[in-house]
Write a protein that binds this ligand. Structure first.
Ligand SMILES: Cc1cc2nc3c(=O)[nH]c(=O)nc-3n(C[C@H](O)[C@H](O)[C@H](O)COP(=O)(O)OP(=O)(O)OC[C@H]3O[C@@H](n4cnc5c(N)ncnc54)[C@H](O)[C@@H]3O)c2cc1C
Length: 270
């Protein structure tokens, strides 16, 4: 293994210069980097001395610094937006020691297929702040779809409007600390008996993630008692690969059942 040089910048301006170096990449929690091919890495930029651990709410927008760990997000967000779906998704993610280590910035950049962060961020239509080769504000979806945006670029934070969504989060796992086979995020706004708005995202399928926009359109504006929940699972347009937790067909069936359960829960249909 080649020798790796560490950098410990204290100011963002320093990071911008270091990012220009060949094969030098950011290091946040380090839990994803551990799996990297170290022949491709010459240097690591430790981000812990930068002040990227803020979490604040300004004019109805929540801003979370990239170096917040999952644990810190749960802790701080509970004080300003206690019903936010990120609290549900990150509280049960991985294990306690890992939640103390895994960061927001590293997890957006890494986006594993078992991510408990990305479903909520896609559903919340979050934005990212970037510096380096690419700078400025980018929708999280654009970052996910365009790998070029990772090149010599640092995520400094994320932001989203928490609004007042009812929410539901489900992780399909065999044990408490297992990687999720898939997970489901549902955000819902209803008034009286009518669905005003809904967003549904699944992580872990063949395409890595899926936002069910056709289903969202079907549900929007509908009276809750006219929603045919038991039709939704079997018509779900999603596919899975691999054999974890059963065949792809079985996992698709399971995902349909869990989506129906989640919708019943947020719509309060018994
Ligand atoms: C055993 C185990 C179980 C896990 N289970 C889960 C789980 O159930 N759910 C879940 O959501 N996660 C889980 N994780 C975490 C997940 O797999 C990744 O390891 C994690 O998301 C990476 O975050 P990090 O902060 O450690 O990033 P790092 O390892 O520091 O970095 C990951 C990648 O992102 C780049 N990077 C880091 N910071 C930034 C930044 N600010 N801007 C741009 N690029 C950056 C790095 O260069 C690297 O390429 C698990 C991890 C382990 C080891």
């Amino acid at each position: 293994m080649n020798e790796i040089e560490w950098f410990f910048p204290e100011r963002i301006e320093e990071v911008i210069e270091i990012l220009k170096k060949d094969k030098v990449v950011p290091h946040s929690g380090g839990t994803g980097i551990l799996r990297s091919d170290f022949r491709r890495i010459k240097g690591l930029i430790d981000l812990s001395l930068l002040s990227l651990d803020y979490l604040q709410s300004n004019n109805g927008i929540v801003e979370i610094g990239a170096m917040n760990t999952y644990y810190r997000v749960v802790q701080k967000l509970s004080q300003i937006a206690p019903n936010n779906v990120l609290i549900k998704s990150l509280s049960d993610s991985a294990s306690t020691p890992l939640r103390n280590r895994i960061t927001i910035g590293g997890s957006v950049a890494y986006f594993p297929i078992w991510s408990d962060l990305m479903g909520p961020l896609i559903a919340l239509e979050a934005g990212l702040s970037l510096i380096g080769e690419y700078k400025g504000d980018y929708p999280v979806l654009e970052y996910v779809r365009n790998r070029e945006l990772r090149n010599k670029t640092l995520i400094t934070g994320i932001r989203f409007k928490p609004d007042n969504w009812d929410s539901y989060y489900y992780r399909a796992t065999r044990t408490e600390t297992d990687y999720a086979r898939f997970n489901i995020t549902i955000l819902l706004k209803k008034s009286n008996n009518r669905i005003e708005n809904v967003r549904i995202v699944m992580i872990g399928n063949k395409e890595r993630f899926k936002r069910f926009t056709a289903l969202e359109e079907y549900l929007k504006g509908k009276n809750i008692d006219r929603v045919k929940i038991q039709e939704i699972g079997k018509n779900l347009e999603v596919s899975f690969a691999g054999k974890k937790m059963g065949s792809p067909e079985y996992v698709k069936h399971l995902a349909g059942v869990e989506l129906e359960r989640g919708l019943s829960r947020v719509l309060a249909i018994s």
